[in-house]
Ligand binder design. Structure first.
Ligand code: TYM
Length: 344
């Protein structure tokens, strides 16, 4: 069955947005809006799987919204909203809690990493989180999902849930007049030179909001001096840059910086190495500082301006939520028919 093509993705409002979020996800969101109808969500229900200070949660929700707009997503053409304003996400997630198998969730590496040794003490929400993520996507019957590499396994789980729902309820889907297959199997879009941006301090660790050292990441709101300092201090090795990609393989820090440069420039690692092969890091880092400041500076300033006007931000979220609710409501009605719930 052919589904209407639609893009969905989400970003958690926890901590500072960083270069990994920007290059792995947000730049893709911007590019896809030329070809698709897109729905971009600030996933506050996901955020509370670990403790969030309530006033901070409001602030970071508005900040992520500001980042979407400042990066170039058009809130009139596309839908930008926060998850908790559309109750169907949580409603469909419950149905999916009953579709997904415990064994599937037990395989989720992100849960294992986040829960660590303290597994008995983490929230049930943190464990069930991938089911909510599947609901986020499928409540819009979205077909394409731009994400960074770290979300790949969750996307595979979303496909498994969609598939099992379609098979378990096949007879009901047909008899209720919803065609042969109800949910599309959403396709991840994980492309380009920066699908996994690494820490500036350690090329074997992902750049992340939760890493204690602020020097491990570039935040979208960092000013030019801070960006320059962080890049100058970024870990490297004593060799000059290679001329071929092959030469980056055993050098994770070099590979990371070259990937960041390529993604910011909108090119690939091979082209960057054609330009900088044989250069010392001092030369390459200066060029990277200039490029980063040129690309990120205007976004950071626009974000800072936008968050000064929470009334405007909240109006974008309210409008987006109203439009999202219409689509989600349609899906949920159908799901109720298919599952066998009596409804109004
Ligand atoms: P979150 O909030 O951790 O990250 C938001 C997006 O940024 C990407 N990302 C990275 N990409 C490259 N390098 C990095 N170091 C890096 N760090 C983060 C993430 O892959 C993500 O695309 N579970 C999701 C949010 C979510 C979602 C969804 C995504 C909830 N529901 C439905 C897609 C569809 C998350 O925690 O992303």
């Amino acid at each position: 069955m052919a589904f209407k093509e639609r893009v969905f993705s989400g970003v958690q409002p926890t901590g500072n947005l960083h270069l990994g979020n920007y290059l792995g996800a947000i730049t893709k969101f911007v590019a896809l809006q030329d070809t698709y109808d897109c729905i971009y969500c600030v996933v506050d229900l996901h955020a509370i799987t670990v403790w969030q200070d309530p006033p901070d949660l409001k602030r970071t929700t508005r900040e992520v919204t500001a980042a979407f707009i400042a990066s170039g997503i058009d809130p009139k053409k596309q839908i930008i909203f926060n998850q908790s304003q559309v109750a169907e996400h949580a409603e469909l997630a419950w149905v999916f809690n009953c579709v997904a198998r415990l064994g599937w969730l037990n395989r989720m590496t992100q849960f294992k990493e986040k829960a660590g040794k303290d597994r008995e003490n983490v929230s049930v929400g943190l464990y069930a989180y991938p089911n909510l993520m599947a609901a986020d996507i499928l409540v819009y019957r979205a077909t394409h999902v731009p994400v960074g590499e770290d979300q790949k396994q969750h996307l595979e789980l979303s496909r498994d849930i969609a598939q099992k729902f379609n098979v378990d309820f096949a007879t009901s889907i047909t008899s209720n007049g919803y065609g042969e297959v109800f949910f599309p199997l959403p396709e991840p879009i994980i492309q380009g030179p920066a699908t996994r941006v690494m820490s500036l301090r350690d090329g074997s660790k992902k750049m992340s909001k939760s890493e204690p050292s602020d020097y491990s990441r570039i935040n979208l709101t960092d000013d030019a001096d801070t960006i320059a300092q962080k890049i100058r201090k970024a870990k490297t090795d004593p060799e000059a840059l290679p001329s071929e990609e092959e030469g980056l393989k055993p050098r994770p820090e070099a590979e990371n910086l070259v990937g960041i440069y390529a993604a910011l420039q909108g090119t690939d690692k091979a082209s960057v190495l054609r330009e900088f092969g044989g250069s010392q890091f001092s030369v390459f880092k200066s060029a990277l500082v200039d490029l980063s400041v040129a690309k990120l500076g205007p976004i950071g300033s626009e974000m800072k301006k936008l968050v000064q006007d929470p009334v405007y931000i909240d109006s974008i979220l309210a409008d987006g939520s109203a439009r999202a609710s219409v689509i989600a409501g349609e899906t949920m009605k159908a799901v109720k028919d298919i599952v066998g719930f009596v409804r109004r």
